[in-house]
Design a protein around this ligand. Structure first.
Ligand SMILES: [Cu+2]
Length: 161
């Protein structure tokens, strides 16, 4: 799926000692009032083998790394302890796939808001690198909406934790 990123694209380069990790096209799905949870999506490339081990955001009480999988023909999501970032390979977090799950939202995330998001990436040597992102919020686009509706009972907003 090709996406036009326009000005909403967030390009963040982090180049510290160990793993060199870059994040692009990051966005958070805007929410409606009272919605408890949403997802953050992006493309992550690590120069060296590494894994995403933690995410944090001041807008959410709990942040988890989630994957989506078909279980009995129903798309379900579940928390995973980490997400592998193979060296030089772009790992895409997108609706219907891996995502950073923002739970226990402290307020509505409106279209155009900028959401601070911290990612913690661990290299093979166990050294950790922290990336501080500023991620724009926008509504789910039409193409992604289709992915979610295929999920039947799945919905971020309905998820309890
Ligand atoms: Cu999720």
């Amino acid at each position: 799926m090709k996406r036009i990123t326009l000005t909403l694209a967030a390009l963040v380069m982090a180049a510290t000692a160990q793993a060199q990790v870059s994040v692009k096209d990051a966005w958070v799905r805007a929410t409606v009032a009272q919605q408890q949870a949403t997802g953050a999506f992006m493309q992550i490339v690590s120069a060296k083998d590494a894994k995403l081990v933690e995410a944090k955001s001041p807008v959410a009480g709990v942040v988890e790394i989630h994957e989506m999988a078909m279980v009995d023909q129903v798309m379900k999501m579940r928390a995973v302890p980490s997400l592998d970032l193979p060296a030089g390979k772009a790992v895409e977090l997108k609706p219907g796939g891996y995502h950073v799950m923002l739970l226990d939202l402290k307020g509505q995330v409106k279209d155009g808001d900028v959401v601070p998001l911290t990612l913690v990436v661990e290299g093979r040597d166990g050294k950790r690198q922290t990336l501080e992102l500023k991620v724009p919020a926008r509504p789910l686009n039409a193409a992604a909406q289709k992915d979610v509706s295929q999920g039947g009972g799945h919905g971020h907003g309905a998820m309890k934790h």
